[in-house]
Design a protein around this ligand. Structure first.
Ligand code: ATP
Ligand code: MG
Length: 355
């Protein structure tokens, strides 16, 4: 019997639906070539649904999503909606509900793609950022006293638990052991002493079980220099939620731009579906133009196939997207020379040829 995967698809807002559709062309082509089936169910979530219903995500929808093997997400965010409502009410809510405690962010410069940072070459840029995905400053606790006055004081709580930190760190060590055997902790232990000590303790404890993986530590601020100037120093970087968010965008620039940066919100225990999304947002400035690069979405879909256990299909989809990228005269906008949909078809057409 054919292996069949149930994929929930949230196109979302702005360029999200277009890049997701293009990525799905590649997924279906890979499924056909490698002999498995992917059944998709679309979910109408994002700004329009929120403006219609006043709810970003309800329990029934969460449970229907939970019944799938994986979730593909385009992007959510819309100028008509208060910033944070959809990001928190939908994306962060799903990460928490499905215990997607690990965010996986490969940073790789594909041959033929030019990085805006001259020190970065395909030979020195192949690393993965592992970001704790549910805690830190993202837990949302806090308060403001005397808001809107000259005496206003805002408090924002950051929570770090051994449990979630260990999940991220264990995942990072396992990945490093399967790669170039080097793990770098990125934090700010000299200032965030409580959280920093907890992270360092967990890295030391888990690291003792991975004696062949070298350990390194870099402050988050120093990382903003080292990552662009010497990416070859890094194999797997493990870091907390906020630092991970920031250095992931830096990583996107290093690897050629937001149109190329993929991510996975991963449930390491396998108790609920993982969710795969490009790092970019809804890009309202280019929504509807057809000039969004679907590569980040296609590369995220490749991470999805890898997580489902379809490794050959994942590698073929990644290689296909990379080979299409290598031919583009520009990585975004009309100078790409092809629309989002055309690039999706090109990636799909090539999946069978690159393995
Ligand atoms: P959001 O609030 O949803 O995150 P944003 O305003 O932050 O949206 P992003 O989507 O993060 O916008 O995009 C930042 C910039 O990068 C925009 O100028 C956008 O046009 C560009 N960009 C993002 N994704 C792509 C893509 N796939 N192809 C081309 N350009 C992109
Ligand atoms: Mg954004």
């Amino acid at each position: 019997m054919t292996r069949t995967y149930q994929l929930a698809v949230i196109g979302g807002d702005g360029i999200g639906p277009d890049v997701t559709r293009a990525a799905l062309d590649g997924v279906q082509a890979a499924a056909e070539h490698f002999g498995f089936a992917v059944e998709t169910t679309g979910f109408d979530l994002g700004a329009d649904a929120y403006l219609r219903t006043g709810v970003a995500l309800d329990e029934g929808t969460t449970e229907r999503l939970r019944a799938h093997d994986a979730i593909l997400l385009g992007a959510v965010g819309d100028p008509r909606v208060t910033p944070g409502v959809l990001e928190r009410g939908l994306i962060v809510a799903l990460r928490v509900a499905f215990r997607q405690s690990v965010n996986i962010r490969p940073v790789r410069l594909y041959p033929g793609v030019t990085s805006p940072v001259t020190a970065v070459t395909p030979d020195n840029c192949d690393l993965v950022i592992i970001r704790e995905n549910t805690e830190g400053l993202y837990t949302g606790g806090g308060s403001t006293t005397h808001p809107g006055t000259a005496n206003a004081v805002a408090t924002q709580t950051s929570i770090t638990t051994v449990q979630a930190t260990t999940e991220a760190v264990e995942f990072a060590f396992r990945l490093a052991a399967a790669r170039r055997k080097k793990l770098t902790l990125c934090h700010k232990t000299n200032i965030l002493t409580h959280a920093g000590q907890l992270w360092q303790d967990v890295v030391d404890e888990v690291g003792a079980r991975f004696p062949d993986v070298d350990r390194d530590y870099v402050h988050a601020d120093a990382m903003c220099q080292h990552l662009p100037l010497d990416p070859g120093r890094f194999d797997v970087v493990v870091t907390d939620n906020l630092f991970g968010d920031i250095i992931s965008d830096l990583g996107a620039t290093v690897q050629g731009g937001l149109g190329l940066a993929a991510s996975a919100n991963h449930n390491p225990a396998g108790t609920a579906p993982s969710m795969f999304e490009p790092v970019h947002g809804s890009a309202p400035d280019i929504a509807g133009t057809g000039w969004a690069n679907p590569a980040a979405a296609a590369l995220s879909a490749a991470l999805c196939l890898a997580t489902l256990g379809e490794r050959d299909a994942a590698l073929a989809l990644e290689a296909s997207a990379a080979s299409v990228l290598a031919e583009l005269p520009a990585l975004a906008g009309p100078r790409m020379g092809a629309t989002t949909a055309e690039l999706g078809r090109r990636i799909a057409d090539r999946v069978a040829d690159v393995d």
